[in-house]
Design a protein around this ligand. Structure first.
Ligand SMILES: [Zn+2]
Length: 368
C-alpha cells in the first residue's frame, strides 16, 4: 500500500503567501525561476519544477521530499543526487525543483532562492566577491562562483558556508537566504535585497518609428527563402517593438550595455529561456535576416533582437518565460555600472544547460 503523503507543516501556508508575493515581483523572480522550501523533520517541502512561485496562493506548488535520503545521496556524491524526482515521497505527481539539492544542504528550516536582478548585476562582475563584501558587511554570507544548478552547485554551497551562514550569493545566478521561520527568512530577504539594491541608470529612449518600420519589413521574401531548409518549428511569427518603457531598449541604445549583452549569456535562465547570448541587428539586415542567421546555427529564432541605437524587438510568439527573461536582461544591465567587467558563461557551461554536448554547441557557433 502506498504510504500517505505526509501532513504539511503548519507554516507551509505562510511560505506559500511569501512565495506568491515575491513570485509576482519581476525584479526577484522571472517565469518559473527561483524556489522556496520548508523542512519539517525528515521531510522537505519544496517548489515543484516548472511551477510558478507567483501561483503559490492559487495551487499546490510544493512537493515533499525525503530529506535524509537526499542529504545522504549528496554526501556520497551519487549521480542520482542530481535527479531530485527520485527523492519525492510516494503519491506525489509533481517533480521537485532541479535546485532541491541547494535547499537540502542548508540546515535552516526555511530557504528562499531568488533571481534578484540587483544581486545578479553584482554577481556577474569579475570583482563580485570584493564588491559584495562591501555591500554585505554585517551579514554572515558566502559567495559561490558559478556552477550548473544541481548537486555540484549544492556541494559548493555546502563547502563555502560557515556554521551560521544564512546568505549565499551564487555567481552568475542569484541569491539564497535561509532562516528557521518564514517571517525571519522573508525579513532577511528584504534586508539583503536592500543592501544590494542599485539605481537604474538612464539610457537613451527607443526610436519607436524606426523600430516599427523594421518590424513591418521583417518578413522579406528573400530572407524566408534563404531559410527554406529550416523546420517550421524553428520559424518565427515575426517581431514587434518592445513596449515604450521596456528595459531591454536600454540594452540596444546604450553602447556599454550592448557590449555586455553581446559578450554572452551571464546567467543560466537566460540560456534556457532565450537561448545562448543576444542577437543584434547588423547594418542592412531585416529582423527576418537576423532570425535566419540565428536559425542557421540550429537555434530557434531569437526571442529578442537588439537594434543598435534604436531599441529592442520582441518575437511576437515568445512565451511568458522567454519574455520574462528578455526583460530580466534589461533590468540587470541597467544596474551594472559603466566600465565594469563581467563574467559570461563558457561554451561548455552553455552547452550543458542546453543539454548539448560542447562540440555541438561549438559547431553551432561556427555555422555562420
Ligand atoms: Zn536559481
Amino acid at each position: 500500500m502506498t504510504p500517505p503523503v505526509p501532513t504539511a507543516p503548519p507554516d507551509l501556508a505562510d511560505l506559500a503567501a511569501v512565495s506568491a508575493r515575491i513570485g509576482a515581483d519581476p525584479l526577484l523572480i522571472q517565469g518559473a525561476g527561483g524556489n522556496t522550501s520548508v523542512k519539517q523533520r525528515a521531510v522537505m517541502w519544496i517548489k515543484a519544477s516548472g511551477t510558478l512561485l507567483a501561483e503559490a496562493g492559487m495551487r499546490a506548488i510544493f512537493v515533499p521530499v525525503d530529506l535524509p535520503a537526499m542529504r545522504a545521496s549528496l554526501a556520497a556524491a551519487e549521480a542520482r543526487a542530481d535527479r531530485p524526482a527520485e527523492f519525492a515521497l510516494p503519491g506525489v505527481s509533481l517533480r521537485p525543483s532541479i535546485e532541491t539539492s541547494l535547499h537540502a544542504v542548508l540546515p535552516q528550516r526555511v530557504v528562499i532562492h531568488v533571481h534578484c536582478v540587483a544581486t545578479i548585476a553584482l554577481a556577474i562582475r569579475t570583482d563580485a566577491r570584493e564588491v559584495l563584501a562591501d555591500r554585505l558587511a554585517g551579514f554572515d554570507w558566502a559567495f559561490v562562483p558559478y556552477a550548473r544548478p544541481g548537486a555540484r552547485l549544492a556541494a559548493l554551497v555546502a563547502a563555502a558556508r560557515g556554521p551560521d551562514t544564512d546568505v549565499i550569493v551564487l555567481g552568475n545566478h542569484g541569491l539564497i537566504v535561509a532562516a528557521d521561520t518564514v517571517a525571519a527568512a522573508d525579513a532577511l530577504l528584504s534586508r539583503v535585497t536592500a543592501a544590494l539594491a542599485a539605481p537604474v541608470r538612464p539610457a537613451p529612449g527607443p526610436d519607436t518609428a524606426a523600430l516599427a518600420a523594421l518590424a513591418s519589413a521583417g518578413h522579406a521574401p528573400a530572407a524566408i527563402a534563404s531559410a527554406g531548409h529550416v523546420p517550421a518549428a524553428l520559424a518565427s511569427a515575426g517581431y514587434a517593438p518592445a513596449g515604450a518603457d521596456h528595459p531591454l531598449h536600454g540594452v540596444a541604445t546604450d553602447p556599454a550595455r550592448l557590449a555586455l549583452a553581446l559578450q554572452g549569456s551571464a546567467w543560466p535562465d537566460h540560456v534556457i529561456f532565450c537561448g545562448p547570448g543576444s542577437v543584434a541587428l547588423r547594418p542592412g539586415e531585416t529582423p527576418a535576416d537576423a532570425a535566419a542567421r540565428h536559425r542557421a546555427r540550429g537555434l530557434a529564432a531569437p526571442v529578442f533582437i537588439l537594434v543598435p541605437g534604436q531599441g529592442a524587438l520582441l518575437r511576437k510568439d515568445a512565451g511568458a518565460g522567454a519574455l520574462a527573461l528578455a526583460r530580466c536582461l534589461g533590468e540587470v544591465l541597467a544596474r551594472v555600472e559603466p566600465g565594469v567587467a563581467i563574467v559570461t558563461l563558457s561554451d561548455v557551461e552553455t552547452a550543458e544547460l542546453l543539454d548539448w554536448d560542447a562540440e555541438k554547441y561549438r559547431q553551432s557557433l561556427n555555422a555562420v
